[in-house]
Design a protein around this ligand. Sequence first.
Ligand code: FES
Length: 108
Amino acid sequence: MSDVDFTYIQPDGEEKQVEAMEGMTLMEAALFNGIDGIQGLCGGICSCATCHVALDKELYDKLDAPSEGEAEMIAMLDDHGPTSRLGCQVSISEALRGARIRVLGTEA
Ligand code: FES
């Protein structure tokens, strides 16, 4: 497992580059690195949506599609968009190297 570097764009626009281990999730890496706007209140079981992020279209298309449960949670969010994901459902992999992850900062 190697580290992958990518950047979170926090809700206030401030960018933070991080290195995270493959296999962690975007939610876990955000909490570990003190990223604003990611709360991960449900612990990653896809039931709180406090880990809402938007991906670049290119990255979104590269990853596996969201599960039905994730898609349903996202659809309930007012600010969801075509590349919305729940950070707890996205595993860090080489695909994320150099990516820019926009944190939407959904409140619980
Ligand atoms: S941490 Fe709760 S849905 Fe992602």
